[in-house]
Design a protein around this ligand. Structure first.
Ligand SMILES: [Zn+2]
Length: 287
């Protein structure tokens, strides 16, 4: 074999090898899994959960405080070329829940942002939603009762607030979207920063609710939320508290931790235990 020929073979086989490698990477990150992946991210003082469906859709429920924490957290979870977020749900108009939007805007393409817009929304949130809208993101205003059916079979029930609730509730925490995510026989609940007076109203409105598996504890473990009645109503096996290390708010509150322990509910804290990754195929649930 002469020199040019062997060089050609070397080049062709190198290209072939690189293509194989890229295909391997691609299928690793994009293959349809037969489980739903839920990651309660560690983004400091705030809330952010990344859910990836069996079809590879990425959904964020809240996106952390106004710094780079959300980007750092997403960088750890998503491949560098994976720059598409299908849906971001913002539970309510407090910056520890939507502040990460500014950082996300620079790096990701977001198909849709869902929130329950109050009559008076902050100018900061209004302006960032406008920025997303001008980049082609669909901005959806959604109130309870509503159901979002995803193509993977996930069913998201929006239980709170109705349009009347959001006008009535002057406390912004009580304007939080309450989302029950059902996948097969497993269910998860997000409640933003909802406080006990709103919890009571919700419980009175929906008399029969099936127990849930995982509760994202409201308001970072504040004692003003997560009443014993609320825990008894939902009967979660696991409670996740998203909270910053040494936050100056004294969260989570000992009273809340005690309520959870009394009901035999396992506790996961992002400040101590870091992020939490949960998988479910709709039948079993594992970490
Ligand atoms: Zn909060």
């Amino acid at each position: 074999m002469n020199k040019p020929q062997s060089r050609l073979i070397l080049v062709v086989s190198s290209i072939f090898f690189i293509v194989l490698l890229l295909l391997g990477f691609y299928s690793h990150y994009h293959s349809n899994n037969n489980y739903l992946q839920i990651i309660f991210l560690n983004i400091g003082q705030g809330d952010a959960t990344l859910i990836t469906t069996t079809e590879g859709q990425h959904i964020l429920i809240d996106c952390g405080p106004p710094d780079q924490a959300i980007l750092n957290a997403l960088d750890q979870q998503l491949a560098w070329w994976d720059r598409n977020i299908d849906i971001i749900i913002i539970t309510h108009d407090h910056a520890d829940h939507w502040g990460g939007l500014k950082a996300i805007l620079k790096k990701y393409k977001v198909n849709q942002i869902i929130s329950a817009q109050p009559p008076q929304m902050s100018t900061d949130l209004t302006s960032i939603l406008d920025s997303f809208s001008s980049k082609g993101t669909k901005i959806t205003n959604l109130y309870a009762p509503a159901i979002i059916n995803l193509t993977d079979g996930s069913r998201l029930a929006i239980l709170w607030p109705t349009q009347e609730d959001i006008v009535e509730q002057k406390n912004i925490n009580n304007q939080s979207l309450v989302i029950k995510w059902q996948y097969g026989q497993k269910s998860f609940l997000w409640t933003g920063d909802l406080e006990t007076d709103a919890e009571d109203k919700l419980m009175a409105r929906y008399i029969n609710q099936e127990p849930i598996n995982v509760l994202k504890v409201a308001h970072h473990g504040s004692w003003t939320a997560t009443s014993p009645q609320w825990l008894n109503y939902w009967q979660p096996d696991l409670a996740v508290i998203s909270v910053g290390i040494n936050n100056n708010l004294g969260l989570p509150n000992e009273i809340t931790l005690d309520r959870l322990k009394r009901q035999g509910i396992s506790i996961w804290r992002t400040d101590i235990d870091n992020r939490l990754v949960i998988y479910t195929d709709g039948q079993a649930l594992w970490r």
